[in-house]
Design a protein around this ligand. Structure first.
Ligand code: SF4
Length: 269
């Protein structure tokens, strides 16, 4: 009989963590893995360590063949972006496929029933993706309950307003998340800024955040404007979700921002 491996990739985010807990007693031979870019938030590493102890199972760290800095150099100093997402390919997908090899694998993905996103579909014929939350109709509230019931709770980066796991410099961050990163982890903000400076020195001049550099974004008046903008959005959200769409359309808010549902699934679920 052909052996099939069961693999669940953790991102350090709430959905894949909840899926790990959900599947723990359903698939005894599950392999839990985490693709470490070595550029994650400290809160993510801490969350994974706690998850490991709640699961009572080891989480295997896959390492890319080469570091982010190596690949950045290979790509000519071109910072990754939504349209140039070499980071996901080189630091997450390739290590995943190398870990799987030629084995037949069922890959468990934490997409919820209330999400419109499409999961990572491997082009490899030996990897079959399955979506237990979707199949069982579990939505966000169910995921929060699973995490609370097991004592793990939400990732602690959510306490300071970061919405997703992934690299500290991830270009899917909203502008308000850059502001919060600067306030919470000024050293990481400086590192992200340094990547922009180096990119500019090589003449490629890419920025992490759309239409402005991190040096521009950290100006006190700009940070204050981003915060104010967020307060307005939050207030309108509370008042009415319907009105929010209209306000975003007409009100000149940062509506070109990535939303919580954007981002690459292997990094942020
Ligand atoms: S988290 Fe963002 S920057 Fe990191 S690998 Fe994923 S898409 Fe790229």
């Amino acid at each position: 009989m052909v052996k099939v491996r069961h693999i669940l990739s953790l991102s350090g985010g709430k959905d894949s963590a909840a899926l790990a807990i959900y599947m723990r007693d359903r698939v005894a031979e599950m392999e839990y893995i985490f693709h470490d870019t070595e550029k994650e938030l400290p809160e993510t590493y801490e969350y994974l360590a706690r998850l490991e102890s709640v699961l009572g199972r080891p989480i295997v760290r896959t390492s890319p063949t080469d570091s982010f800095d190596h690949w950045l150099s290979v790509y000519g100093g071109m910072l990754p972006s939504n349209h140039r997402r070499w980071c996901t390919r080189m630091l997450k997908l390739k290590p995943f496929e190398a870990y799987v090899g030629r084995d037949n694998v069922i890959n468990y993905v934490g997409l919820r029933a209330d999400e419109p996103r499409i999961g990572y579909i491997s082009t490899k014929p030996n990897i079959k993706a399955v979506y237990p939350f979707r199949e069982d109709g579990l939505v966000r509230a169910d995921i929060v309950r699973i995490l609370e019931d097991c004592g793990l709770g939400m990732p602690t980066y959510t306490e300071w307003g970061r919405s997703r796991s992934g690299c500290f410099f991830c270009f899917y961050q909203q502008k308000i998340e850059w502001v919060r990163l600067k306030e919470r982890h000024p050293d990481l903000y400086e590192q992200a800024k340094h990547y922009e400076t180096e990119s500019a020195a090589r003449g490629v001049n890419f920025t992490w955040s759309q239409s402005e550099s991190l040096t521009e974004l950290e100006r006190p008046e700009r940070m204050a404007a981003i915060k104010l903008n967020r307060e307005v959005v939050e207030a309108r959200k509370k008042a009415s979700r319907k009105n929010l769409s209209l306000a975003e359309t007409l009100g000149g808010l940062d509506n070109d921002e990535p939303s919580e549902s954007d981002g690459c699934l292997i990094c942020s679920l």
